[in-house]
Design a protein around this ligand. Sequence first.
Ligand code: AMP
Length: 252
Amino acid sequence: MAARAGREAPILTTDSAISQIPASADATFLPGPVLLLGAPGVGKGTQAQLLMAEFGIPQISTGDILRENIAKGTELGKAAKELMDQGQLVPDQIVNDMVQGRLTSDDVHAGYILDGFPRTLAQATWLDTHLPIFRETPPLVAISIRVDESELLRRITGRRICPVCKRIYNVYSNPPANDMLCDIDQTPLQHRSDDTEAAFTQRMKAYESLTAPVIEHYRASNRFREVDGDAPVEEVAQSIVAALKSLRESNS
Ligand code: AMP
């Protein structure tokens, strides 16, 4: 593991890492804190963006915050880049601090979607004790997205991302209309430096040894549902919304 980032270094958890919430969101259902769990490439980011639009709660992606720190050349970004490119996890303390900083923003009271966190049992334990409590917010729930492993590599190597609006495309299953430009803002799409076959193999190893136990941790609770991520994107989104509503009913 690489050396920890200097703790005095600023950690970017604001500005563009804070997702824009669309005005059309359904404000009648209070989703509360939602964890989106699953292997690399199952569609956590895509589904988090759809949930953000559906419920008007922010997506908090630890991967996005780390990539933003890399793009801005912060100490944290420099420490994280090599680990990320190799498909390894960034140390728990660094990501815990990032999440803690992000959860102090005012936009998390009705809930939020944690995308890519927790990824280790130590992060899950930390979250259990550091979750901010707001009077109006229901308890945390966890949704695991399951996808056949043979499909994951194709999803990862085909993924392209708009660096401006963060919209996710796939050259095989969901290409942009116009060559390699974002449909929304015409920005050239990017290929993540860890979306290679070599890094994917390493990311799957980290997932199996460190993150799969996190899924079992939540599965053992009454705050967990698993959905089939092999279906079309919109169907997966509907399954997640249905799972969230049923979890809220059974936990109210
Ligand atoms: P993601 O965008 O969620 O696929 O994350 C990309 C990479 O960022 C991961 O492969 C890790 O190197 C790092 N990362 C993101 N979230 C975490 C986390 N919760 N714990 C440790 N490393 C993380």
